[in-house]
Design a protein around this ligand. Structure first.
Ligand code: ZN
Length: 479
């Protein structure tokens, strides 16, 4: 062998050894087939409650060496992701190719990094007085994981702000600030000096007493009070004056006064005088107190024919007397079927009521009105001639019984305030001395009184409470 031949053998041996080594290497790695996934094993993080989007995992199989034709493989999946639970979820994807099985795993971490949301209730019309304290309008807090966490909100008032803070169970914090809008939207309060209704005799003088005004922010602003409206002291009428005050923020407060220019009021009845005795039967009841307040406003005194039908209001009998009205007897029970059976039965009922009036007022009443009036015929059902006997008995015992000559109609078909006003004013217009029948147990009738007073006072009538010298109205006795 020459040198050249020797070198050829060495080269060929080396190539053969290399090929054998490669073959050994391939065989030592097991299969000659492999599977490739389009993704590596990964770890992902997803927020609690969010929708998990499934990754599109695909796999191909192919020969490890030389002829590498790729074949798409079926991928099976094990495991799922529950985004409704905090923690780790694993999904394993597996593919098989010519006896070779391979898989990858995706780890999905469900976490909560979202802070709660705080919502403030804010009324656009809600302002805080510059001298007032902010009144909480409300708030709520909701967390994606914990749900309603309103109760955990910490509210910290500051200078012109309120801070609301809250933390969820994973330590996610949120805080919002409310800016308080300070603005004076409260009008001043205007208070009349003197009475709301000032009766003034025609041709005399009206003495303006003015009004005071206070504001929640500005304090005493009486100097801003302006009076608007006119009156004619020489012409009877109802005149309204308006008092307004304006605060520094432009809020206007107001109140009104009635100047009631009327003809001269008489103290006693003389022929030709126009006198009205307003009388109210069947109370006291729940409308009596407002009636008393109204009568005070006009400084008018009336007569109450009282009963014990509503004992809860018995103390108003004392109030009626205290405010200068006449308290007279109507009936204790107001039950025709018992009081009109005999003189004794009637007198027993009358005395019971009389005792209550004495207890309330300290005075025994002498003026009486029969339930149904002296002309009633219902009593004949229970006792013939009873009204005649009772009229004689009362007179003989020093009582004065009195009916009416003007009916408001409020015990019958009338149920409207305007109709009561019309019935009473037209009735009054037809008499020099009117004894008006109304019932203070009827709200629509009580509501008519102010208009009746204004009409009467401005048309020259005098309102008086009854006394023993009042000309008693007696209807014709029919039984
Ligand atoms: Zn009655």
């Amino acid at each position: 062998m020459n040198k050249k031949q020797k070198r050829t053998i060495i080269v060929l041996s080396s190539v053969l050894l290399f090929v054998v080594c490669i073959l050994l290497l391939v065989l030592s790695r097991g299969s000659k087939y492999v599977i490739d996934f389009n993704s590596k094993s990964i770890t992902r993080t997803i927020e609690y409650g969010d929708t998990f989007l499934e990754p599109n995992i695909t796999a191909v199989g192919h020969r490890r060496l030389f002829y590498r034709k790729k074949e798409k493989l079926k991928v099976t999946k094990e495991g799922s992701v529950d985004t409704g639970t905090i923690g780790k979820n694993k999904i394993k994807y597996t593919a098989t190719y010519k006896g070779v099985t391979s898989s990858i795993t995706i780890t999905v971490n469900v976490t909560d990094t979202t802070p709660p949301e705080i919502n403030l209730v804010s009324n656009p019309d809600s302002f805080t007085s510059p001298v007032g304290e902010y009144v909480e309008e409300g708030y709520s807090a909701f967390d994606n994981h914990d749900g309603d966490v309103t109760a955990n909100v910490v509210r910290t008032p500051g200078d012109g702000i309120v801070t609301y803070s809250v933390e969820d169970s994973f330590g996610n914090k949120e805080s919002v600030v409310r800016k308080i809008v300070y603005k004076d939207v409260v009008p001043p309060t205007v208070t009349l000096t003197g009475d709301v209704t000032v009766p003034v005799e025609v041709g005399t003088e009206y003495n303006e007493q003015g009004a005071t005004a206070t504001d929640d922010v500005d304090g005493d602003i009486t100097d801003t009070v302006k009076v608007d409206g006119t009156y004619d002291i020489n012409t009877p009428g109802v005149y309204t004056l308006t008092y307004t005050a304006t605060d520094k923020s432009g809020n206007v407060g107001s109140t009104q006064r009635i100047v009631l220019v009327h003809k001269k009021q008489v103290a006693a009845v003389n022929p030709g005088d126009h006198v009205v005795y307003l009388t109210f039967d069947d109370g006291p009841y729940k409308y009596t107190e407002q009636l008393l307040d109204l009568l005070d406003k006009y400084n008018v005194k009336v007569t109450f024919f009282v009963t014990n039908q509503y004992p809860d209001y018995q103390n108003l009998i004392a109030e009626e007397a205290k405010r200068g009205h006449t308290v007279a007897i109507h009936s204790y029970s107001h039950n025709y079927a018992s009081i009109y059976t005999s003189v004794d039965a009637y007198m027993a009922d009358l005395n019971q009521m009389s005792d209550i009036v004495v207890a309330q007022t300290g005075k025994r009443p002498t003026i009486v009105r029969f339930p149904g009036g002296s002309s009633n015929t219902v009593s004949a059902k229970y006792c013939s001639g009873i009204m005649t006997a009772l009229a004689n008995t009362l007179t003989a015992n020093g009582y004065y019984y009195c009916d009416w000559n003007v009916s408001s109609g409020d015990a019958g078909g009338t149920i409207a305030t305007e109709q009561v006003v019309a019935n009473v004013t037209s009735g009054i217009a037809g008499h020099d001395v009117s004894i008006v029948l109304q019932h203070d147990i009827k709200d629509f009738s009580v509501n008519a009184v102010e208009q009746i007073l204004q009409w009467g006072l401005t048309n020259g009538y005098t309102f008086l409470p009854m006394s023993e010298s009042t000309p008693m109205e007696h209807q014709h006795i029919n039984n």
